[in-house]
Design a protein. Structure first.
Length: 204
């Protein structure tokens, strides 16, 4: 689907009445953040973007757990907190403040994204939206629609390495991280594709 088709689909969700939630998922580096931002920009005040990445555990907590070298893995997020936020966003009864992840700091920042009750469509994006296990299993039922972004693997890995480099990793470390830690995460996410309503195929 072209971006214009996706935006039209998002407008239909926003116009369906009440507060709607759209989830955009895919493996690390797939381009889901870019698509989510384009959709929200196109919808203007009718939409708000709430990324899953705001629920990264803080670096100090990852060190305490012995998981700092696996940051980004499914168990390095506050999944239950994310589900609780989605429930509050669905209710649309008040302004909800969501966290954001700052890549330049490599840390989450609380209460950074205000979502007022007038917002008709909340777009949330992240790797693990369609995982059926544990607290993550509560996400799918809170989404009115889920999109899975699936570029070809060569393109995805190239985008992922470039992103790591852009945020300060040396190229050789960026490549090693992408092909090890990120790749294990990607394989887990790939198994959730069948739970999506739409699969967005991207080329190079």
């Amino acid at each position: 689907m072209e971006i214009d088709d996706l935006i039209e689909r998002a407008w239909a969700l926003a116009g369906a009445g009440g507060r709607r939630l759209l989830g955009i998922t895919g493996a690390p580096g797939a381009g889901k953040s870019t698509i989510a931002a384009q959709v929200v920009d196109a919808l203007g005040d009718a939409a708000a973007l709430v990324p899953m990445d705001g629920f990264h555990l803080a670096n100090a907590e990852l060190v305490r757990l012995g998981r700092r070298d696996r940051k980004g893995a499914i168990d390095t997020f506050d999944a239950a907190g994310y589900v609780a936020l989605l429930r509050r966003l669905r209710a649309a009864e008040e302004t909800v403040y969501a966290p954001v992840f700052r890549r330049e700091l490599e840390e989450p920042i609380a209460c950074a994204i205000p979502v007022g009750p007038e917002v008709r469509l909340v777009v949330t994006e992240g790797n693990y939206l369609l995982v059926p296990d544990g607290p993550w299993g509560g996400v799918r039922g809170l989404l009115d629609e889920a999109w899975y972004v699936a570029p070809d693997e060569e393109t995805r890995i190239a985008w992922l390495i470039a992103r790591h480099v852009a945020f300060g990793k040396p190229p050789e470390i960026a490549r090693a991280w992408s092909l090890s830690t990120d790749q294990r995460n990607a394989e887990l996410v790939a198994a959730t594709l069948e739970r999506a309503d739409v699969v967005v195929r991207l080329g190079g």
